[in-house]
Ligand binder design. Structure first.
Ligand SMILES: [Zn+2]
Length: 385
């Protein structure tokens, strides 16, 4: 098959006057100058791109679409999500199937999906989309660490026994995971990809630096006695990252309140332990929950590798990387589309260790071929293969 559009984005940069050639399954053969392409070229308006990689989603929360109020801040958001989890399974599964379909229509080819249970398992067995499943655990009370970890292992085993690609057990966030639990997770994550929500709200920082934080309301709400807790007096990332030295890749998700000193520490850590760190931003979720935007300029200035995620339909109006890109463009108009597309294709594939197959138009890869419309228009993405 031969495809041509106004421009081709290769996963790293734009090229013009060229034709992309794939076999009938979409495996990339080559990109040739237009003059050498011969007959049978399908022509499109817009930009040809590899399919998008969604580096952060909670597909299991799709049933919460439109149910969680906007702008409440993270603490009330978490309480709202936790207290609305009892829905009939058929409604949950229908919403999961719809959420997946939405991602496919929006040009997404791979998803790093957070799982607190196995409700997405049946849908994922249909093999419509490529998933890396992160089994998420939390537990702030230290003596509960082993039990929480075992519960995570039981879910992980269900995924693995079903033949699904379940990476590893991951911590929810520094404020919800004890050091003891973090250490169990770290030991099992050797050489794998790990993901963790990071610095999504200012309250996370004050909980670690001074102990004065709205997060106490969260623990009170769930009737948890945290009188044992002594704030370490440093930012949450400083307190947590030293316990995560075994994974090959770490995805830090959100980073809305990450500062220069956190980035310095993160770079130092990744150098010391030969890890690759990825800063995953979910701008539409940040706008939904906290009415804020991630510090993209700071991350770029400090050479952080950025990837994009949609988060869930509990905190977003759509599961669309293209919608994330359009929001980034609206709030950061000086960042070039070429750079943002790299975050959402090549960088995403590297983060999930899928860059041998996805993220690039390179010979032998099967990254999906999509057509991006004009980025301030309303036209939809087209999936070609
Ligand atoms: Zn999330």
């Amino acid at each position: 098959m031969k495809f041509k559009a106004d421009k081709i984005f290769t996963g790293e940069n734009f090229i013009g006057n060229s034709v992309l050639i794939t076999d009938e399954r979409g495996i990339i053969q080559e990109i040739v100058p237009e003059a050498d392409a011969g007959d049978g070229v399908q022509q499109y308006k817009g930009i040809l791109s590899p399919g998008f990689v969604n580096c952060h989603c909670h597909l299991e929360l799709s049933f919460l679409k439109g149910l969680i109020p906007e702008g409440t801040g993270l603490v009330d958001f978490v309480i709202n999500v936790m207290t609305r989890r009892s829905f009939p399974m058929d409604e949950i599964e229908t919403a999961i199937a719809k959420g997946e379909q939405e991602m496919i229509e929006n040009g997404i080819v791979a998803v790093a999906d957070i799982c607190n249970d196995a409700s997405t398992l049946n849908q994922k067995l249909r093999n419509n989309l490529r998933y890396l499943n992160f089994i998420e655990v939390s537990g702030f009370i230290p003596p509960s660490a082993e039990k929480r970890f075992e519960q995570g292992q039981q879910i992980l085993n269900r995924f693995i026994q079903s033949g699904l690609d379940a990476s590893v057990i991951v911590p929810h966030a520094p404020y919800s995971t004890s050091t003891e639990l973090m250490k169990l997770i770290n030991a099992e994550a050797a050489g794998k990809v790990l993901s963790m929500h990071n610095q999504e709200t200012l309250q996370e920082e004050t909980f670690f630096t001074t102990g004065i934080s709205e997060f106490r309301k969260l623990f009170d709400f769930f009737k948890m006695d945290i009188s044992f807790y002594q704030p370490p007096g440093v930012n949450s990332l400083y307190a947590t990252l030293p316990h995560l030295n075994m994974p090959k890749n770490i995805l830090l998700v959100h980073n809305t309140f990450t500062g220069p000193e956190d980035i310095f520490l993160a770079h130092q850590h990744s150098e010391d332990y030969a890890q690759d760190l990825f800063f995953c931003t979910c701008i539409n979720a940040n706008l939904y929950i906290e009415d804020t935007t991630p510090p993209l300029e700071l991350l770029r200035k400090n050479n952080c590798t950025i990837v994009l995620g949609t988060d869930s339909l509990a905190s977003n109006h759509s599961l669309s990387i293209w919608d994330e890109i359009k929001s980034i463009h609206q709030h950061f108009p000086n960042i070039e589309l070429e750079e943002i597309l790299t975050w959402s294709t090549a960088n995403g594939a590297k983060a999930l260790l899928m860059d041998k197959e996805l993220g690039f138009f390179e010979k032998g890869m099967q990254p999906g071929v999509i057509v991006l419309p004009d980025w301030d228009g309303d036209q939809k993405i087209k999936r070609l293969v």
